[in-house]
Write a protein that binds this ligand. Sequence first.
Ligand code: GDP
Ligand code: IMO
Ligand code: MG
Length: 423
Amino acid sequence: MKVDVLLGLQWGDEGKGKVVDVLTPRYDVVARFQGGPNAGHTLEFEGQKYVLRSIPSGIFQGDKVNIIGNGVVLDPALFKAEAVALESAGHGLKERLHISKKAHLIMPTHRLLDAAYEASKGDAKVGTTGKGIGPTYTDKVSRNGLRVGDIMENFSQKYEAAKQRHIQVLNALGYEYSLDNIEKEWLEAIEYLKQFTFVDSEHEVNNLLYAGKSILCEGAQGTMLDIDFGSYPYVTSSNTICAGACIGLGIAPNKIGDVFGIFKAYCTRVGSGPFPTELFDETGDKICTLGHEFGSVTGRKRRCGWIDLVALRYSIMINGVTKLIMMKSDVLDTFETIKACVAYDVKGQEIEYFPYSIEDDVKPIYVEMPGWEMDMTKMKSEDEFPEEFNAYLSFLEEQLGVPIAIVSLGPDRAQTIERYTEK
Ligand code: GDP
Ligand code: IMO
Ligand code: MG
């Protein structure tokens, strides 16, 4: 059995949560492989809306097993809040959620360090989600981290030692802080966490595969935020790309099957960093308003712009995308014309490849197409698609070289159309 991977191709918030939920009935297991509560994955069905941060988006579909893999960083306090809210909404998960012993723990002092580093950067700040993601992955790589498996043995000592190291850094940075409430809440959450099943997830995942079970891996963030291939240093601290699923779950590369690449019909970004197709005009405001482009967790306004096919081609290449999924085209339903960036102008030279830096001197070269100017949100089949929309899909497929298998026309689970290419 192979493992399919679903991941974002832009700067995150493409709609991964929604599509994982839609696809879950076809799989036995859903697994997160990287990131942490910097993610906010939104799902809507039967008039309810949920935003998940650390818990995989397969949790709402029957008795599927959901795994938090070793590549994830877990904040027990935020996890507890998320799990308790789900339990009280009738979605019990204790039996169905397995947590890797090798997943690293986000400590309260990691959150403080995140804030301290951001403050010390001034205008050059990354605009992180403030969840301690960078400092936790830093401790992992520098071999100082605490893992879920550490909870079971001499935890207090290990915690204190790590905390003292962090405090030294906070003091050196001259950062004023108080740990009073957050530490107590965090330590209580550690106790809560003990009710869950801690697993050697690499063994579990591979045993499931040998037993013929199917797994869907759920990415967080997006390729343009990848620590190696994103717009560094304005990125997150994990490998968000397909290869991250191998590392973050212990899956061999030759076990990867389909790679679902998700993108919005336009583009957004939260936080600092370059964004070649960003719009600073009424059109950008219109996309933001119609798309409700505000962070699912932080509420921050997302920067909006036209779709960037140069960046998308790069993401498709890095991930080996086999099927594309286009989200939120309904946001463009009232636009008379639609633009797509097909190349960059770099200091007067036209390039179609994604360059080393997109910071300066990169100007988008657009093609303009007629919009479909029709409400598509209630459509049930691609037979109903207007001609202009079909032309837009064909244009994108030609530019990107991969079929668009699914089109999403609204936030609800039901507003999802599979194209004939999939049947
Ligand atoms: P994720 O982080 O990739 O899971 O995406 P987010 O949940 O952060 O952001 C996507 C937002 O768009 C959420 O508010 C979704 O409810 C919403 N959404 C998802 N698909 C669609 C769609 O096709 N159309 C519209 N209008 N909204 C969508
Ligand atoms: P989902 O999974 C959008 C961005 C932050 C910041 C940068 C680094 O919902 O798509 P971090 O806190 O990770 O150190 O912040 O990455 N970022 C996201 N942007 N969607 C996300 O997740 C993001 N997770 C992090 O805004 O620019
Ligand atoms: Mg999100």
